[in-house]
Design a protein around this ligand. Structure first.
Ligand code: M6R
Length: 607
């Protein structure tokens, strides 16, 4: 998705902008550009493709100056070519703008401006912003921004330069992330703090409707009607190492390896003496204890954690859980009211469909619990209760530690609800807590001893299609495993509930088709095993993901990945970590761009 950086200070802006855009590179983009205020006014350099192309452009263009804005674009309106690349200018060059989001009414505005003789150069929705600014501008930039933002519908984070104000960057935000950060005699705007951690840790997150006037030594914040607001800066505890590879070949591998420590962190935060205490949920405790149904809504992998969570919450607390893909939830008519809590799960906290689902839930008075990894993100700020997953910045597009911490949070919620409702005894809760406590050490051994998994990645890396099958919590693991393989190695794969395969899909099984059968749920081993045999009878090559306890039951000739024993309810965690490793080595073996898979963006801030 598009990302923004802006700098104003005493140093040259271009290297800082390029560095900041580089830190955000993992989020996916297809063109990039900067605009810098220099002696000759505002000069732009833009290019298709990766930042290295832009860097070359800046070497042959005079983009010197100490005030500038930069952008990486993930094309939505118009091809990823140089003309559509940001920054965009108004017809007479008075305004130059970078934008993240979608201007939904751009067509109406564009038609109106065209009628008034305004000439457009690009196919983008964004270009209406500088054009409209120039149209309304009568010497007062803030007033022009007020008028324009009042007229825009959709989402935007905007960085704005005006040719008449060489010492100011303006910014505005609605529904797309934007922060303002403060340094020593220099200030920044950015889509997120990781862009500027090299320079400062002091920042504030803008709210919807906020407008900013940024000078090198001052920051002024206004609401949408230009009333000045107080600014509360905070200092992030992230350091640069959190956004660097630290010796790992890929961020994904680094993040896989961070999982034991991250899930332990969450466990330690909420469990003591065999009891689970989640103070953040206390204000909804009446509602949670008395509700009959909880909705869990998310996209992608976050949706998969909700499926694993559903099995465990229903089993432990006897509260029904309805899981929904956010982009579907928002366009159906779910029965929502003050008695139906809605859990929104999102690593980034900025996924557009998840935000829309959250807002829809709130419109119907449903209490919203956000499971989120980014402090200050939209979902973090708009949820009634926030469960912060503390995984640290996740850079690889494919989520790993984000997933593991969300899953741990679901396990903790399930136990918390069971404790509140008395559906498990204190002794049972303590036993489950003891099991949970073993996850970090088991996960640690798993991520450190990958040979048994790498062997299969190597053997099957040229396969054209994988099937992942499982039942119950093992099915949740199958869904996530399938997505991991698809997104980073571009190999087609399907996840099926084992028992469902024979209702049609088994027709696709041929000689040599790799089928990964999840059997770590010991209660369902025999069922899973017979489904594995069914596909073997049709020529499939099966790899069973099995717990140590059942290892001996796997017949000669079947592949197996053996996991340490853990109770059935929590087996998804180890299965998924094993499959992250499996997918990682397939992608590596195929020379794929593991951290930045094609066509994907880290957080999907458009619908
Ligand atoms: O930031 P979110 O958790 O809301 O993102 C949701 C999905 O876009 C995300 O999980 C996606 O499926 C991952 N790339 C999968 O690895």
């Amino acid at each position: 998705m598009c990302r923004i950086v802006g700098y104003i200070g005493y140093n040259q802006a271009t290297p800082i902008l390029l560095n900041g855009l580089g830190r955000l590179e993992y989020r996916g983009y297809d063109s990039a550009g900067v605009a810098v205020f220099g002696d000759k006014g505002i000069v732009k350099a833009r290019s298709e493709g990766k930042l290295v192309n832009l860097k070359k452009k800046t070497e042959s263009t005079d983009v010197s100056g100490t005030v500038g804005i930069g952008h990486t674009r993930w094309a939505t309106h118009g091809e990823p070519n140089e003309t559509n690349c940001h920054p965009h200018s108004s017809m007479n060059g008075k305004f130059v703008v970078v934008h993240n989001g979608i201007i939904e009414n751009y067509d109406v505005i564009k038609k109106q401006l065209l009628k008034n003789g305004v000439k457009f150069l690009s196919e983008t929705d964004t270009e209406v912003v500088p054009q409209l600014l120039e149209y309304y501008y009568d010497g007062d930039v803030l007033e022009a921004i007020r008028k324009v933002t009042n007229e825009l519908t959709g989402s935007y984070a905007l960085g704005i330069l005006c040719a008449d104000c060489p010492d100011i960057i303006f910014a505005a935000r609605k529904s797309s992330p934007l922060i303002v950060a403060k340094g020593e005699n220099e200030n920044f705007i950015a889509s997120d703090i990781s862009a500027i951690l090299d320079y400062t840790k002091t920042y504030t997150t803008l709210n919807d409707g906020d407008i900013v006037e940024l000078k090198k030594d001052s920051v002024k914040l206004f609401d949408k009607d230009l009333n000045e607001k107080e600014i509360n800066f905070t200092v992030t505890d992230l350091d640069l190492s959190a956004v660097m590879k630290n010796g790992y070949e890929h961020f994904m591998l680094k993040e896989i390896n961070e999982q034991p420590e991250k899930v332990k962190g969450l466990f330690d935060s909420y469990v003591s003496d065999g009891k689970v205490d989640i103070p953040e949920l206390e204000k909804l405790s009446d509602c949670l204890e008395n509700c009959e149904k909880i909705y869990a809504v998310a996209c992608g992998s976050a949706y998969h954690t909700s499926i694993a969570g559903k099995y465990v919450i229903e089993q432990f607390s006897r509260i029904g859980v309805e899981t929904d893909i956010a982009s579907e939830f928002r366009y159906r008519s779910p029965i929502l009211n003050e008695k139906t809590p809605v859990i929104i799960i999102s690593q980034s906290g900025e996924t557009a469909d998840s935000i829309a689902a959250l807002r829809m839930a709130k419109e119907h008075s449903a209490p919203v619990i956000g499971i989120v990894n980014v402090v200050g993100s939209t979902i973090y700020r708009e949820s009634d209760c926030v469960l912060y997953t503390k995984a640290g910045p996740e850079i690889a597009v494919a989520t790993t530690k984000g997933y593991a911490t969300q899953l741990m949070m679901f396990y903790l919620i399930a136990l918390y609800l069971a404790q509140k409702k008395g559906t498990l005894t204190a002794q049972e809760i303590a036993q489950y807590c003891a099991e949970l406590e073993t996850i970090p050490e088991k996960a640690e051994r798993l991520v450190k001893n990958t040979a048994q998994i790498e062997k299969y990645s190597d053997r099957y890396k040229s396969s054209k299609n994988f099937f992942f099958i499982g039942r119950n919590t093992d099915y949740a693991a199958a869904m996530e495993a399938s997505l991991k393989v698809k997104e980073i190695s571009y190999i087609s794969s399907d996840a099926y509930a084992s028992g469902e395969l024979k209702h049609g899909t088994i027709a696709l099984i041929d000689k040599g088709t790799p089928v990964i059968s999840f059997c770590a749920n010991k209660r369902l081993f025999d069922k899973a095993w017979s489904n594995a045999e069914e596909v073997v009878a049709r020529g499939a090559e099966v790899i069973c993901v099995v717990s140590q306890k059942d290892e001996e039951k796997i017949k000669e000739g079947y592949g197996k990945i053996v996991l340490e024993d853990i109770c059935d309810e929590f087996s998804t965690m180890l299965e998924v970590i094993a499959m992250q490793i499996f997918a990682y080595y397939i992608a590596k073996g195929n020379g794929c761009d593991i951290d930045k898979p094609k066509n994907l963006a880290k957080s999907v801030t458009v619908e």
